[in-house]
Design a protein around this ligand. Structure first.
Ligand code: BGC
Length: 452
């Protein structure tokens, strides 16, 4: 078989027509409905007990953001009027031993990093904690981990309250006087941050190592809430955990990839669209082309499976120069010393097909969430987006917009995507401010009641 014929077949395997996208969005609604009611669903629809920001929150707060590869610790100054400033930020690379070892070690690592950071920050002690995994919450400052994603596997954490685990680690490591005022998912943090600056912002999505989204829901619409909607304040953000959505047309590469992961049959949507997996799908396809002796004379480059990254995919897609020199040097690094221009073009096509499907599938899910809130797309909605795929992958945003247009040619202009850079960290600080205000109001209420 020739490369051209292979790529044509691949395009067919990865094609998502507009009808497919509509079907995905429709199925997504069904899963949202069941998830909110507490029924069986691939969408966990987790109540966050945190609402969007008003823009008026103010003060100095600490924030930590535990996501994929790094822990970020930030000191944030909220100026009110929708303005926030990151005063200091430091990234700590999470060691493998912490992500795959004992949970205690992971939390000790977090506590120590915060200890190092706060040596310089002094008085700021109220903290928002962004934890980029699925967890169940009864209130805004605690949450039990449901299961790890993105390749994490630290033991002794699933089923436990991660805020309590961090507090224990603070004690073990003599990190004093830090109060975890709010705990939230990164998508939730991003929406809080987006709504701080833009009152039309009611959805956030992350397209990074992992993927997820959340939106603002009426408390009355969340059937599985234990407290009455009024006690829950009328509205709250729901963490969809859309990475686990599974009503999707999968092809042989998706199935092969899923079978090799540590969480087979879970996070199916994430495995189709997020940074951690796109490179693996692309590497699988390239390997298949090689095994079929379509390229590289049947020899698989030694470092293809382990070293090929999403950054490489971006660079290859951007490689428009004659002879694709950038692609050539990436292939050399992976162990393919000699490649022809046609072979390099075929590799670029593979990247294009894989990332193109990811963008279209992402658009279908985003469309589902916006039309859940506003079925006729009558109002304008701002979507706060973050993650390297959204920020850095060439044409990702444009392809998502184009697919949204396919889904609703007349009204898709009501959907505005903004890049909420550092949203989850800033959002954590804002949520900590909201919690601080609530506890001081509670204190006032109690002291007023006490004097009566
Ligand atoms: C996690 C989500 C998270 C997303 C983006 C997924 O793997 O399950 O909780 O929001 O990654 O970081």
């Amino acid at each position: 078989m020739q490369a051209g014929e292979f790529i044509e077949g691949l395009r067919r395997d990865f094609l998502l027509t507009t009808d497919d996208l509509k079907k995905i969005a429709e199925d997504f609604h069904g899963e949202m409905r069941r998830g909110l009611a507490g029924g069986r669903s691939s969408l966990k629809m987790l109540p966050s007990h945190i609402d969007c920001a008003t823009g008026g929150e103010s003060g100095d707060f600490l924030a930590i953001d535990l996501g994929g590869t790094n822990l970020r610790v930030l000191q944030v100054n909220l100026c009110g009027r929708g303005k926030a400033r990151i005063e200091r930020v430091r990234k700590f690379r999470i060691p493998e031993s912490a992500t795959h070892g004992r949970g205690e070690d992971l939390f000790d690592f977090i506590a120590k990093s915060i200890g190092v950071f706060t040596k310089k920050t002094g008085a700021v002690r109220r903290m928002g904690f962004t934890f980029s995994f699925p967890f169940e919450q009864d209130g805004a400052a605690s949450g039990r981990l449901i299961g790890w994603t993105k390749g994490f596997s630290a033991t002794g954490v699933v089923g436990r309250d991660v805020a309590a685990l961090l507090r224990d680690a603070f004690h073990r490591n003599s990190v004093d006087k830090i109060e975890i005022a709010a705990l939230m998912n990164d998508a939730v943090g991003t929406l809080v941050a987006g709504s701080y600056t833009d009152r039309r912002c009611d959805i956030a999505a992350i397209f990074g190592t992992g993927t997820n989204a959340c939106y603002r829901e009426r408390a009355a619409g969340i059937g599985k809430l234990k407290k009455s909607p009024a006690d829950e304040g009328g509205h709250m953000i729901v963490n969809i955990e859309w990475g686990n959505f599974d009503r999707l047309p999968l092809n042989r590469y998706d199935l092969a990839l899923d079978a090799e992961t540590i969480n087979p049959k879970c996070q199916i949507f994430e495995k189709m669209i997020s940074g951690m997996y796109l490179k693996k799908i692309a590497a699988k396809i390239i390997e298949d082309m090689i095994l079929q002796k379509i390229i590289f004379g049947g020899r698989i480059p030694a470092r293809l499976a382990d070293d090929f990254g999403t950054g490489d995919m971006s660079a290859i897609e951007l490689d428009r120069a004659k002879g694709l020199p950038k692609t050539r040097s990436i292939l050399r690094r992976l162990g393919a010393a000699n490649s022809s221009t046609d072979e390099r073009k075929a590799i670029r096509d593979v990247c294009n097909v894989v990332s193109g499907r990811a963008a279209r599938a992402s658009a279908a899910a985003l469309f589902a969430v916006v039309t859940w809130i506003d079925p006729g797309l009558a109002d304008r909605h701002t979507l706060a987006m973050d993650g390297t795929l959204f920020e850095k992958y060439p044409k990702f945003k444009g392809r998502v917009s184009a697919a949204l247009k396919d889904l609703d040619p007349n009204k898709s202009s009501n959907i505005r995507m903004i890049h909420a850079k550092d949203g989850s960290g800033i959002g954590a600080a804002i949520a900590a401010a909201v919690a601080a205000k609530k506890s001081s109001n509670l204190f006032c209420d109690m002291s007023i009641r006490g004097t009566r």
